[in-house]
Structure formats: structure tokens, C-alpha cells
Design a protein around this ligand. Structure first.
Ligand code: SAM
Length: 295
């Protein structure tokens, strides 16, 4: 579905409707950010977990200006602000942003994030303002205009700003087709799909020193081990099993020939400025703007 051309407005409407409905469900469940989670990422010890790895890579954030792209319910924005960062967070789902604002207010932060509700491509963001551009599972929702979105990010970024994203990836042709044969339907919006090699090449045009650290091969089973994905509230045995799976992934996916088996990747580097990334020479090196057909 993600490869069929739809008008961007239509995609934005359907994305907002999907995430509005999800926010409404979580709101009814009285969902809140567990203080144990805040503590976990303040001192991220277990680098074999994707998000702890990213918080370790980020290091000290106090005083940094961070843009959280596709912030959803604000988990990362609140975590980063509670560690002393000055956060601006953007999302196109009004209900998610409303809930994120309320959760941030309840967290009693010295400097709460500023939340902006708009599609990133149209958000009114300051230019050359951010030290870090952070995103968690959002680039695979904007495949219809990946270059347009990266251009907006490059404009908002300070010179040589850090780029730190986590995204689902599909780097072994055929593996996802096998996955789709399983009787467990994939959840998500009609316009999303994991990033393929062609899109990683596009991102490298904007982030020339891009490093791709794979996660989550065996770790995909954690969704069955940790109810609701919550590590903190799971029993000791479940936590030990999740640690074991993720540690095994960390070791196995570090082997060059196996790295592409990871279902998630941390994408890290420094954003190059918008003018240089859009030069015809760099554009040509990156190949076609759209994903390779049928890969
Ligand atoms: C998978 S969710 C991730 C949410 C959050 N980053 C997290 O980790 O919980 C993807 C988010 O991207 C947002 N999104 C999708 N397309 C967007 C766009 N063009 N501009 C801004 N936000 C967008 C959705 O509303 C949704 O909240």
C-alpha cells in the first residue's frame, strides 16, 4: 500500500486519523509515563536495547536544543526535557499532541517541551536552530516525500547538527514477504512500511557519515514476552529473557554478514546543510528519489 501514489494531504489525513484513534485509546486507559522509565534513560546501562543505546549515544543533553520529529504522545520529548534538553516536538495528530502536552504538564518539568501540531513539511520551525534532530519511528511514515522531509530537517538543524533516528528496516529482499505470510497481521497505517536500501541511500545524501546500527531480529519476540512492551513492570523471568534475546541480537547483528537481518536500525550521523544536499551532483549519486520498485 505504501508504494501506491496518494496525495500528501490524503496521507496526512489518514495518518492523523489513525494516531488520533490510538491516542484516544491510550488516554482512556489512563496511560502515563512510568517514573521508572524516566530513571532508566537517565542512566542507560543496557546498550543492547535500541532506545538505551540511543540515549547512551546522545550523552549529556542538558542545554541542547532538540527537535523531536513525529513525537506522538511525547514520551521521548518528556524524557529529553526531564534530562535538561530544550525540546521542540512536532506531530500531525492533534489528539496525540494534546495528550503529550497534558502529560508534559503533569511531569512538572522545569522547561517543558514546546509542542507543534502540524505535518512536519508545513511546520513553522526556526531555521538553523537545533543541535540534535531526533526521531523515533517516523521516517517510514513519510516515504511519499522523504527528501522533502529531510530538507525541512536540514533547514531547522544547526550546522553539523546530530541526526539520531530509530526506524524499522527491510534490508533482505523476501524476508518481509515471508513475514506477511504469517497469520499475525502487521499493525500500522496504510502508508507506512519499513525503510529499504534505496531509502537508506537517500538519507545518506543528507547525512553523509550515516551509521546504521541494526537491532531486533530475535528481539521481535519481545512483543510476546513483555505485555504492552513494558520492560519495567514485567516479571524478573520475562525481563531476563528479553535481555537474553536483545543481547544475542547485539552480538549476532554486529557480524557484518548478518547485520541486514535486523528489523530495526538506529540511524546516526550529522546533517549536511540543505543547499549542498540538493546539489545536482549529490542528487545523482543517491539514485532515484523513489524506492526501488518491487524490492
Ligand atoms: C510510530 S509513531 C511514533 C511516535 C513516537 N515517536 C514514539 O516513539 O512513540 C509515528 C508518529 O509520526 C507522526 N507522523 C506521521 N507523519 C507525520 C508527518 N508528516 N509530520 C509529522 N508527524 C507525522 C504520527 O502522527 C505518529 O505520531
Amino acid at each position: 500500500m505504501a508504494d501506491q501514489a496518494r496525495h500528501p494531504e490524503e496521507i496526512h489525513r489518514s495518518e492523523a486519523a489513525y494516531f488520533d484513534a490510538q491516542a484516544a485509546t491510550l488516554e482512556r486507559a489512563g496511560w502515563r509515563l512510568d517514573p521508572a522509565v524516566v530513571a532508566r534513560y537517565l542512566r542507560p546501562a543496557r546498550f543492547w536495547f535500541n532506545k538505551e543505546y540511543r540515549f547512551r549515544r546522545l550523552g549529556e543533553v542538558r542545554g541542547l536544543r532538540i527537535l523531536d520529529v513525529g513525537c506522538g504522545l511525547g514520551d521521548n520529548a518528556i524524557l529529553l526535557a526531564s534530562h535538561g534538553a530544550r525540546v521542540t516536538a512536532v506531530d500531525l495528530s492533534p489528539r496525540s499532541v494534546e495528550l503529550a502536552r497534558r502529560r508534559a504538564a503533569r511531569a512538572g518539568l522545569a522547561e517543558p517541551p514546546e509542542f507543534v501540531c502540524a505535518p512536519l513539511e508545513r511546520a513553522d520551525l526556526p531555521e538553523a536552530a537545533f543541535d540534535v534532530i531526533w526521531g523515533d519511528g517516523v521516517l517510514h511514515h513519510v516515504l511519499h516525500d522523504l527528501d522533502g522531509v529531510l530538507r525541512c530537517l536540514a533547514r531547522a538543524a544547526r550546522r553539523d547538527a546530530r541526526f539520531l533516528f530509530s526506524e524499522p528496516v527491510d534490508r533482505v529482499p523476501g524476508l518481509r514477504r515471508l513475514r506477511l505470510l504469517l497469520p499475525v497481521p502487521p499493525d500500522g497505517t496504510p502508508d507506512e512500511r519499513p525503510l529499504r536500501e534505496a531509502e537508506l541511500r537517500r538519507i545518506r545524501r543528507w547525512v553523509p557519515d550515516l551509521r546504521v546500527r541494526p537491532f531486533s531480529f530475535a528481539g521481535r519476540l519481545n512483543r510476546f514476552l513483555l505485555p504492552g512492551g513494558a520492560y519495567e513492570s514485567a516479571g524478573a523471568l520475562r525481563r531476563a529473557a528479553a535481555d537474553g534475546l536483545c543481547l544475542a541480537d547485539w552480538i549476532a547483528l554486529g557480524v557484518p554478514g548478518l547485520a541486514r537481518l535486523g528489523g530495526m536500525a538506529v540511524l546516526e550521523g550529522h546533517l549536511r546543510d540543505a543547499a549542498r544536499a540538493a546539489s545536482p551532483r549529490v542528487l545523482a549519486d543517491a539514485g532515484p528519489a523513489q524506492a526501488d520498485a518491487g524490492v
